[in-house]
Design a protein around this ligand. Structure first.
Ligand SMILES: Cc1cc2nc3c(=O)[nH]c(=O)nc-3n(C[C@H](O)[C@H](O)[C@H](O)COP(=O)(O)O)c2cc1C
Ligand code: SF4
Length: 390
C-alpha cells in the first residue's frame, strides 16, 4: 500500500482528531518517526525543520511552496488541482505542529486552475469549521491564504519565495539566518513543498512507523514521479523509494511511444542530471543518484530519444541557466554566460572543469551549484560525443 498521495483516501479525516486530542509535540514526533524528508529538492528532515521554527517566538508561519518551476515536473500541479484539500490538511497539520495561526500556499502564476481549486477548498474548509477561529470547537485558530507567485524559476527557492510572498522582488537571500529563524515578516517560518505536505495527513493517520516501513532504510516513504509525453504512458506515479528507474521507465511508463529509442533520461529537472540506458537499474534514491552524478530533485523524469544530441542538450541547459540565473552572485551569473558562449562557439567547446568547479563552490544558492552538476552528468552520459572531460 502506498501513502495515498495519488488521491486514494478522503482528505480531512485526521485533522479533527489531531486538533482535539493530540499535542503539537505528538504530531512532530510522528513526523520524526516517519523520517519524512522534504520533496522540494533539498531533502531536509521535516521534523527538524518544524522543531526549529516551533522553538522561535510567535507569530510563526508555514508556507506551502507550490511554485514548481522544474520543466517536466507537474506533481504539485496535480496535487493542487485534483486534491487541494489534502494539501490544505497537510498544511493545517504543519501549522499545528509549528504553532502557526496563519499559513499560506504560494502557487506559480502559470497554474491558474490550481489557484481556483485551492481557493474553493479553503472556502469549503472554513465553512465546515476546519479552518478559522476555534477550529472544530477547540481553542486553535488557523487561517490559510492562497498567493500567486511572481514567475521566475529562482523565485521557487525558499528565501526568494518568501520575498515574493511579501510583494518584493523574488531574489535569493544569504542563509543563515534560515527562514525557520527569520522568514515571513522576519518571523519563524517553515517553507515546505506541496508534495511534502500532502504526505503529512497519511502519516498522522497511519503512524510514522508505518510510513517508515515504506521505501528504503536510508530514504523512507514514497515519491511522486512525473513522466513526460515521450513515454507510452505519461503521467504522475507514486512509487516507493528504492523502485528501480528501469521499472518506472519500462513498466509504469511503458517505454517510449511510437518506436522512439531511449538515449537518456533527465531526472530532477535542470538542476538534476542525466542517466544513460546503462544506469536504469539504479534505485530511485537521492544517495544512489548522487553517486551516479545526478540528483532526484522534485522527481521529474524526461525521456530523451536518439534524435537529440548531447550538444543540443548542453546548449539548452546553458541557455536555461543564463536566462534564469538571478544574477545576484558572480560565479553563477558569469559562469552561465561563459558556459553558453563556449558551447555556442564554432567548435562547440564543453565547459572546462574549473568553470564548473567555480560555480559549484562559489554560488550563493543551489541553482549555480546544481547547474554545474547537471552539466557534468550530461558530459558523462554523452561522453562519446564530447570525448574525455578536461
Ligand atoms: C533555484 C531553486 C528553485 C527552487 N524551486 C522550488 C520549487 O519550485 N518548489 C519547491 O518546493 N522547492 C523549490 N526549491 C527548494 C526550496 O528552496 C526549499 O528547499 C523547499 O521549498 C523546502 O520544502 P521541503 O523541505 O518540503 O522540500 C528551489 C530551490 C532552488 C535553489
Ligand atoms: S546561484 Fe545563481 S540563482 Fe542563485 S543567487 Fe547566485 S546568481 Fe542567483
Amino acid at each position: 500500500m502506498l501513502a495515498g498521495l495519488t488521491g486514494v483516501a478522503q482528505p480531512w479525516q485526521v485533522w479533527p482528531e489531531v486538533v482535539k486530542t493530540r499535542t503539537r509535540e505528538d504530531i512532530r514526533t510522528e513526523l520524526l518517526r516517519a523520517g519524512l524528508r522534504g520533496r522540494g529538492g533539498a531533502g531536509y528532515p521535516i521534523a527538524a525543520k518544524w522543531a526549529d521554527a516551533a522553538a522561535g517566538d510567535p507569530p510563526r508561519y508555514v508556507v506551502a511552496n507550490g511554485d514548481e518551476g522544474d520543466p517536466g515536473s507537474y506533481c504539485d500541479r496535480l496535487l493542487m488541482e485534483r486534491d487541494p484539500s489534502r494539501v490544505l490538511e497537510g498544511l493545517a497539520l504543519a501549522a499545528y505542529g509549528v504553532g502557526a495561526q496563519h499559513a499560506y500556499v504560494l502557487v506559480r502564476s502559470e497554474y491558474p486552475a490550481a489557484v481556483d481549486a485551492l481557493r474553493a477548498a479553503v472556502d469549503e474548509a472554513r465553512h465546515a469549521g476546519r479552518l478559522g477561529h476555534g477550529v472544530h470547537g477547540t481553542e486553535v485558530d488557523l487561517d490559510v491564504s492562497i498567493l500567486v507567485g511572481a514567475g521566475s524559476y529562482v523565485a521557487g527557492e525558499e528565501t526568494a519565495l518568501l520575498r515574493s510572498a511579501q510583494g518584493l522582488r523574488g531574489g535569493v537571500q544569504v542563509r543563515p539566518p534560515y527562514p525557520t529563524v527569520r522568514g515571513l515578516a522576519g518571523r519563524p517560518t517553515v517553507v515546505n513543498n506541496v508534495e511534502t505536505l500532502a504526505a503529512v495527513p497519511w502519516i498522522a493517520q497511519h503512524g510514522g512507523l508505518t510510513y517508515a516501513d515504506l521505501g528504503l532504510p536510508e530514504e523512507k516513504g514514497t515519491k511522486l514521479v512525473s513522466l513526460n509525453q515521450l513515454f507510452r504512458h505519461p503521467g504522475v506515479y507514486e512509487v516507493e523509494f528504492g523502485t528501480s528507474i528501469r521499472s518506472i521507465v519500462e513498466t509504469l511508463g511503458g517505454g517510449l511511444r511510437d518506436g522512439h529509442v531511449l538515449r537518456a533520461v533527465q531526472i530532477g529537472g535542470p538542476l538534476g542530471g542525466f542517466l544513460g540506458p546503462d544506469d536504469l537499474d539504479l534505485p530511485l534514491s537521492a544517495p544512489a543518484l548522487a553517486a551516479a552524478g545526478a540528483a532526484l530533485g522534485h522527481g521529474g523524469i524526461v525521456a530523451i530519444d536518439d534524435t537529440v544530441g548531447g550538444q543540443e542538450l548542453l546548449r539548452h541547459l546553458w541557455t536555461f541557466a543564463d536566462a534564469e540565473s538571478c544574477g545576484a552572485c558572480a560565479p553563477c551569473r558569469v559562469g552561465s554566460r561563459q558556459g553558453l558562449r563556449l558551447c555556442s562557439s564554432p567548435d562547440h567547446r564543453p565547459p572546462p572543469e574549473r568553470l564548473l568547479r567555480t560555480m559549484e563552490r562559489g554560488s550563493l544558492c543551489a541553482f549555480g551549484r546544481g547547474i554545474a552538476g547537471a552539466v557534468r552528468s550530461l558530459l558523462r552520459v554523452y561522453a562519446s560525443e564530447f570525448g574525455e572531460a578536461e
